[in-house]
Design a protein around this ligand. Structure first.
Ligand SMILES: O=C(O)[C@H]1O[C@H](OP(=O)(O)OP(=O)(O)OC[C@H]2O[C@@H](n3ccc(=O)[nH]c3=O)[C@H](O)[C@@H]2O)[C@H](O)[C@@H](O)[C@@H]1O
Length: 420
């Protein structure tokens, strides 16, 4: 269209329809611009509000972290407890707080087992003024921030992917938590000023196919029977390198089948209790030649004492600026009970406490990473930590069953759960 005509067309449109369309088009163009502007302003306001909320939340968290980390006794320590919403973590955090140490927890609240139990443990800790940061130990930035806020003197590292048999179902979760997560945490500890001393949970499973009994720290640990055990053994080697290169003080604790109130639902004593109460069958594994499996079951309160004594006796890390300045302690201890009990005996004790006969399916132990027995020699921990377990399995299980009944609200008379 020639220029003149185009201009006329625009000024004097030939049809009313055109006028409408063009006016509408202009109108629409300006409305859409306005709309875009409005959208932009809304987005700007929303992100500003989000920023305010986040920074408020951050400030709130920072305040909580600082107050949780406050030391309330002379020569006390400030401890970062990883896996604080877990079984052992929650108990250790509480014990430290009760005697006046500063405690901050971290936990990713994963769903390996019912996260509501982890949340209940968190509530219990919150009632005791212990704050748990919700986060993963693989999150380097979050760890760095945490160490910026608190100069931790110690790290009690209990966050891990636990469970021996689950490793066949989800092998990568073991690599994620027990290897990658461990390295991320160690990197942070190495860089921290001052470097904290680290006490962490290894496992009796590192003894694997070792046949020498009872298991001593100097025995072979190069024949793991499960990926879980292999990651714990790898953890012992990895922590050794951080001790050797960067001067981190390291104490590895080989726990022997820890049980008790607030325990882990994936463990035999816990799932057996649940099934027996519901009248469901339990599967009892048996070893070759019909030999009963046995474990050196260790009560949680004894383990807590061992953990706290390890923190108390841990020498200082020596590195600074990420460099070792001198030799630092590297220790490994068995924390067991020194009196193995067979799985059928464990079932008998539960039956007595629950006053219900279990429906047992006895089958040969499948090749799933289990070992036939464990038995700890604890003389090293006795000597160096003053570790002295005092709770036998009947006493400990009685306390567990009492807790279980009250936590899940099981009414013995009605034979059903009150809370469900
Ligand atoms: O001491 C340890 O290092 C390990 O102790 C436990 O591992 P485990 O001893 O296998 O504990 P449970 O899973 O509670 O099993 C106890 C015994 O009951 C047996 N069991 C388990 C489950 C089942 O359904 N039936 C059964 O007979 C097992 O074979 C085992 O002999 C923990 O689950 C691990 O996280 C921990 O590291």
């Amino acid at each position: 269209m020639p220029h003149q005509l185009q201009l006329e067309e625009e000024l004097f449109p030939s049809t009313p329809g055109k006028i409408k369309r063009r006016t509408l088009q202009r109108c629409f163009t300006s409305t859409s611009t306005m709309f875009l502007w409005a959208l932009f302003l809304i987005a700007l306001t929303a992100s500003y509000l989000a920023f305010l909320t986040n920074s408020n939340r951050y400030l709130y968290h920072e305040k909580m972290i600082r107050s949780s980390a406050e030391i309330r006794r002379s020569n006390g320590m400030s401890v970062l407890v990883t896996g604080a919403a877990g079984f052992v973590g929650s108990h250790v955090a509480l014990a430290l707080k009760k005697r006046g140490d500063g405690v901050v927890g971290i936990d990713n609240f994963n769903d390996y087992y019912d996260p509501s139990l982890k949340r209940s443990r968190r509530n219990m800790l919150e009632d005791n003024k212990i704050f748990i940061v919700e986060g993963d130990i693989n999150d380097m930035r979050m760890l760095a921030k945490l160490f910026e806020v608190v100069k931790f003197t110690h790290v009690m590292h209990l966050a891990a992917q636990a469970g021996v048999r689950y490793a066949m179902e989800n092998p990568n979760s073991y690599i994620h938590s027990n290897i990658a997560g461990l390295v991320t945490l160690l990197e942070q500890c190495k860089a921290a000023e001052p470097q904290p001393a680290i006490v962490w949970a290894s496992s009796s499973s590192v003894y694997g196919l070792n046949e020498k009994v009872p298991f001593s720290e100097a025995d072979r640990t190069d024949q793991p029977a499960s990926l879980y055990a292999a990651t714990k053994k790898a953890g012992e080697e990895i922590t050794h390198t951080y001790n050797h290169i960067y001067g981190l003080s390291i104490t590895g604790l080989r726990f022997f089948t820890v049980y008790g109130p607030w325990g882990r639902p994936d463990m035999a004593y816990f799932s057996f209790t649940k099934n027996i109460l519901q009248g469901k069958p339990i599967t009892v594994y048996r070893g070759k030649d019909r030999v009963d499996l046995a474990r050196d079951f260790t009560y949680i309160d004894d383990i807590v004492k061992g953990c706290v004594a390890s923190l108390d006796t841990a020498g200082k890390s020596t590195g600074t600026g990420g460099k070792k300045k001198g030799p630092a302690p590297y220790r490994i201890f068995n924390l067991g009970n020194t009196s193995p009990v067979t799985v059928p005996t464990l079932v008998n004790i539960l039956e007595k406490n629950l006053k219900i006969k279990a429906k047992k399916n006895v089958i040969e132990m499948p090749g799933n990473g289990d070992v036939p027995f464990t038995h700890a020699n604890i003389s090293l921990a006795q000597r160096e930590l003053g570790y002295n377990p005092t709770t036998d399995l009947p006493t400990g299980l009685k306390k567990f069953v009492k807790w279980y009944m009250s936590y899940y609200g099981f009414d013995h008379v009605k034979g059903s759960y009150v809370n469900s």
